[in-house]
Design a protein around this ligand. Sequence first.
Ligand SMILES: [Zn+2]
Ligand SMILES: [Zn+2]
Length: 365
Amino acid sequence: MPSRQGRARPTVAAMPIEPVDALRRIAYLLERHRESTYRVEAYRTAAAAILPLGEDEVRRRVREGTLRELPGVGASTSAVVEQAVTGAVPDKLAELERTHGGPLVEGGEALRARLRGDLHTHSSWSDGGSPVEEMVASAMEAGHEYLALTDHSPRLTVANGLSAARLRRQLEVVDAVNAHTGASFTLLKGIEVDILDDGELDQDRDLLARLDVRVASVHSKLRMERAAMTRRMVAAVRDPLTSVLGHCTGRRVMPRAGDRGGEGRSGGRTRPPSEFDAEAVFTACVESGTAVEINSRPERQDPPDELITLALELGCLFAVSTDAHAPGQLDFLAYGCERAQRLGVPVERVVNTWPVDRLVDWARP
Ligand SMILES: [Zn+2]
Ligand SMILES: [Zn+2]
C-alpha cells in the first residue's frame, strides 16, 4: 500500500522495481512535466502489454529476445523491461527521477500536506488519456484518500462528454472500483457538468443528484456579454446540485499541457478570461455554499490571483483541484497549493482538506 501523501515514499533507487511499475513510473514522471501524450503513451502501452504476462514469461522473453514481438513494445520500452528484470533500476527511470522527480514548485507545501484528495479529474471515458483504474492507482500512490471522477457532460461532444446512459454505466464501474480499494480510498462519483447558456446544468437532474460531487464549468460562449455571463454563472452556482464552480474565468495563460484535455480543441492558443461580475458570482457561491475551484493546471491558473483574493474576502470555500487528464497530472495539486497558500487561503476553507464523510455531506444537494 502506498504511503499517505507520498511523504515517506522510499526512493525508487533503493528497491528493485517491477517492469510494469517502472514503465508506469516513467509515464507518470513525463506527464507531471507536461510531456507530449505521444511520448508518454509508448510507456503506458508497453506497461499494458506486459501486465497480463507472468513474471516467468517476461523473463523468458527477455532471455530469448522476443519482448519486441509484443504489440506496443519498442526499443526504449523493452530496454526498460530488460533492465528491470535484472533487479537494476532502468537507466531511463533513473534519469527521469533525477530530472523530473523533484518538487514541481516551491511553496504551498503545508497546504499540500493537508489535502486529502482531488475533486476534478478526467479519464478516457471523456477526454482523459488513461482508464479509471490507472487514475485510481496513481491517486492511491500519491497518497490521496479520495478522487472525484469528473468526466464531461453530453454537450461537450468534442471531449466525448458522457450521455446519461454512459454516465450510469460509469457509476457501476465506480462501484466496482470501490469494492476493490478498501476503506482507505474512495473513488467519488462526479461530473464536470457544462453550464448551459441560461445557467442550467447539462445532465439529467435525477442523475446529477445521485453523484457525490458536481463541478459546474463554462465551456461554451466564453465571450458572452458581461451581464448575461454573470446571470448564467450566478444561476449555476445557486443550483443546489452544484458543488464546485470550475475554472471560473476560462482563461488560458500558456499552451496546454501535452494531453488530450481538448475542451474545444483550442490547442496551443492562449485565451483571455471571460467577463462577469465576480463579486456577484462569488457572493452567490458564499450564500449557496458552492466552493470556488482553484484550478491547478499550469496553463489555466484559474481564478487569477486578484479573484482568489476577492473570493477569500467574500468568504468563499475553495477546492484546490488538478483537472488532471492523465495520471501524472495528479501532481499538479502542488501548483494550486502554492497559489492558495501564498494568497492566504486558510486550510479549513479548502474543502478537499476535509475527511471524505464531511466532504460528501457538504456536497449533498
Ligand atoms: Zn473544464
Ligand atoms: Zn476538466
